[in-house]
Design a protein around this ligand. Structure first.
Ligand SMILES: *Cc1c(COP(=O)(O)O)cnc(C)c1O
Length: 395
């Protein structure tokens, strides 16, 4: 008989009752070190006092009014995002997939109001992930997510990443935009090179295409800059964010330049909850903390240390790991044994990791994690790999 919760996940047999900082506690009182942050979401750890205060204060006064009215918290958050980025204007949603959907709608609408409705196709990249709505599984075109869900949304073509010639070959008179994750997350922590991202920007300029950047996973300080595309010194026209910006409260946002958003007039888009007072109040607090030069330089310093330590864990456990890749506090361990075995071995060491494609294990700790805890993550991965090296080879 089917479980009351539809069985769409292969869940680990663990559940948590409380969290504090980088730690989660299960119902038996066992403490787990959280190196996954609920998939890059809890970027300030669990139960951060400022986020708890922001949420409870807002909860005691007003939860929801709808977008029929002005929402001051939404306006403030939008102003902060505009101030901190390339963007001139922001539309809010509840998830990353919806933020990506909004990005695609903005791009198509842009060409529609420009008198060029035939320009409606979006170029995306192999291995990318933009969420689980029908259009976003169509956008990523990964059969693991599309199988059995057809007919898919037309208008998306996938190209190999990090190859500007391959991208250029697919541009034609119907191309509206390119949509790219600067660091591919679900696809296995694959950073696109700064050079490639610059070339993509240039191609978009030369061919009059909009550049959509998906920073749902790599944005909001994860790579040591507020947004990952800043490393390449480029600016997008449209950008989707979610995950980290809510610090665990569901919110997404799509940011755009005034020009890119010129078609988005009253009535063109909407969401009942998008930009609700509770979500925005929490996100304001997250952004205040993360968009700070000292906070971000601290992330970069900790990232350098973790990278170095993980390189040595990989070097000393070559039966288990093939390598480490990624950037900032967003690392991927490429495994030689099944990644799910590594994650299970880590559970035994009371460490939480996240799987990704290409047999990779993701390390996505809270950005405010302290140095001892970071070392502890590396030690526990090393201990888990020691256990695995003892058993006869899997492969
Ligand atoms: C997680 C993710 C999404 C989808 O976000 P949801 O909140 O799950 O809808 C989109 N893009 C990227 C890059 C992601 O990592």
């Amino acid at each position: 008989m089917v479980s009351p919760v539809m069985p769409t996940y292969a869940r680990a047999p663990i559940s948590f009752v409380r969290g504090e900082g980088s730690w989660l506690e299960d119902e038996k009182g066992r403490r787990y070190l959280d190196a996954g942050s609920g998939i890059a979401v809890s970027i300030l750890g669990h139960a951060h006092p400022k986020l708890v205060a922001a949420l409870t204060e807002q909860a005691a006064s007003l939860w929801h009014t709808s977008n029929l009215y002005q929402i001051p918290q939404q306006e403030q958050l939008a102003e902060m995002l505009v101030e901190a980025t390339f963007a001139d204007t922001v539309v809010f949603s509840n998830s990353g997939a919806e933020a990506c959907e909004a990005a695609v709608k903005i791009a198509r609408r842009y060409w529609h109001v420009s008198g060029d409705s035939q320009k409606n196709e979006i170029l995306t990249f192999n291995s990318s992930f933009h969420g689980r709505t029908l259009s976003m599984i169509s956008a990523a075109g990964n059969s693991k997510y599309t199988d059995g869900f057809g007919p898919l949304t037309p208008g998306f073509t996938q190209v190999v990443p990090n190859n500007i010639d391959a991208l250029e070959r697919e541009v034609n008179e119907r191309t509206a935009a390119v949509m790219v994750e600067p660091v591919i997350g679900e696809g296995g922590i694959i950073p696109l090179s700064d050079r490639f991202l610059k070339e993509v920007r240039q191609l978009c300029d030369d061919c009059h295409l909009l550049l959509i950047i998906d920073e749902v996973q790599c944005g909001v300080g994860r790579t040591g800059k507020l947004f990952a595309h800043e490393w390449a010194g480029i600016k997008p026209d449209v950008m989707a964010i979610a995950k980290g910006i809510g610090g665990g409260f569901p919110i997404g946002a799509c940011l755009a330049t005034e020009e890119a958003a010129k078609g988005m007039t009253a009535g063109t888009h909407g969401s009942t909850y998008g930009g609700n007072p509770l979500a925005c109040r929490v996100a304001i607090e997250v952004l205040r903390i993360v968009n700070d030069a000292d906070f971000l330089s601290d992330v970069r310093r900790k990232a350098g240390r973790m990278r170095q330590r993980m390189e040595s864990v990989v070097a000393t456990h070559q039966q288990v790991f093939a390598g480490v890749r990624g950037t900032g506090l967003m690392l991927g361990l490429v495994c030689k044994v099944p990644n799910t075995d590594v994650i299970s071995a880590a559970y035994e060491k009371q460490l939480l990791l996240v799987p990704a494609a290409e047999n990779t294990v993701r390390i996505l700790p809270p950005l405010n994690i302290d140095e001892n805890e970071l070392d502890e993550i590396c030690d526990r991965i090393s201990a888990a790999a020691d256990e695995m090296s003892k058993v006869p080879a899997h492969a």
